[in-house]
Design a protein around this ligand. Structure first.
Ligand code: MRU
Length: 356
């Protein structure tokens, strides 16, 4: 089945597929400077929480690889600048900060072991590779655990794009749908277009079409109608940050889907890696919500659709934990009360379990 590659490490640099141009054009850029990677994350060349994490890890590795430092001391002094440039891109998806922390910890371990500058450069690139490979394995495991909750046939719904484009693996929410479909479940996916950035219409519809999975595109204001009348059997979306109590930030519009799901007795699942948990914050009230430009609301693909009036664009909303049927991770499924189940899943474990 076709799986998009939003980002790859190559000898020439970090190659990214420009997701702003999909589905009209498949354009790739090669970046050799971490500042270009930061700009690409901010401007949504790459998007989706886990994919942003992979991009941040690769950006960090590029910064180390091409640093003008002539000694480990000089490199150590430069790292906060590299890290900050990548951190100041998008505030909501915690995978970004998880990846930066992981790269910083790797450097600290190499530094403590008195590794040479050349060895540090090579090892930091290898660590970024590992982050990417682990994301792929994580998606596969989430897919296996989550497929069980998909019906043997019928309609399912998702939101935004939590597919290969968003994770650099097979996807989280779309990974669940992909695995279920490959198992022989006869799914048909309802895809809300996800205004204003149209990740549903442009990206999820494209991925499902390329993967041969039947879909119907709907506008966001049709969600209530279809949940009431459409015999939707399950909903699965991704997440950008899961607080300790299970409150979950995801693409704007997810909250209203979850509330309408409860009203219509449709199970609502989140599919997300444990790196998306932020157990340092008690509830969703503390999740920072990215505010993007008004122009993304007043214009579609550069064409003005509204008069020159104020417009708001909170890019994410928070779904309270009580609306979430289960949170599917690479280590299994968390159920309410989430404070305990998330903590148990996140506890250090020897190896990634892919048993399903
Ligand atoms: O603004 P985006 O496109 O980065 O938002 C993406 C989402 O909200 C996804 O649902 C989320 O990151 C999960 S991706 C597996």
């Amino acid at each position: 089945m076709y799986v998009a590659q939003p980002i790859e490490w190559t000898d020439a640099g970090v190659v990214m597929l420009d997701q702003r141009r999909l589905p009209a054009e498949e354009i790739r850029y090669t970046y050799t400077d971490y500042r270009e990677v930061a700009k690409a994350i901010r401007e949504m060349v790459i998007r989706g929480a886990p994919a942003i994490g992979v991009a941040a890890a690769m950006g960090y590795a590029l910064g180390v690889l091409h640093s003008p430092a002539k000694s480990v001391d000089e490199l150590r002094a430069e790292l906060p600048v590299i890290r900050e440039a990548l951190a100041q891109t998008r505030p909501t998806a915690v995978d970004l900060f998880w990846a930066l922390e992981r790269m910083s910890s790797k450097f600290a371990a190499l530094d403590a072991a008195r590794a040479s500058l050349a060895a540090i450069r090579a090892e930091m690139v290898a660590e970024a590779h590992r982050v990417h490979l682990e994301k792929k394995a994580t998606d596969e495991a989430i897919g296996k655990f989550g497929a069980e909750f998909m019906p043997s046939e019928g309609l399912v719904m998702t939101q935004c794009n939590a597919g290969a484009l968003a994770t650099a693996g097979i996807g989280t929410a779309l990974g669940v749908i992909r695995v279920a479909f490959a198992m022989g479940k006869k799914l048909h996916v309802l895809v809300p277009e996800t205004r204003p950035y149209l990740q549903g219409a442009r990206l999820t519809a494209w991925e499902l079409m390329k993967g041969g999975i039947p879909l119907t595109l709907i506008t966001d204001n049709m969600v209530g109608h279809f949940l009431k009348t459409g015999n939707v059997k399950a909903i699965v979306t991704g997440a950008d940050r899961v607080a300790a109590n299970g409150d979950t930030a995801n693409k704007i519009g997810t909250y209203q889907i979850a509330v309408l799901a409860r009203e219509n007795n449709v199970p609502f699942y989140i599919a997300a890696p444990i790196s998306t948990f932020d157990l340092t914050i008690a509830s969703g009230e503390d999740i920072p919500i990215e505010q993007r430009s008004a122009e993304e609301v007043t214009h579609i693909q550069g064409v003005r659709i509204a008069p020159d009036v104020p417009a708001a664009h909170p890019a994410f909303d928070v779904t309270p934990a009580r609306y979430i049927t289960g949170i599917v991770t690479e280590r299994g499924v968390a159920r309410g009360p989430y404070t305990e189940s998330l903590r148990d899943l996140a506890a250090p474990q020897p190896a990634l379990s892919t048993a399903g």
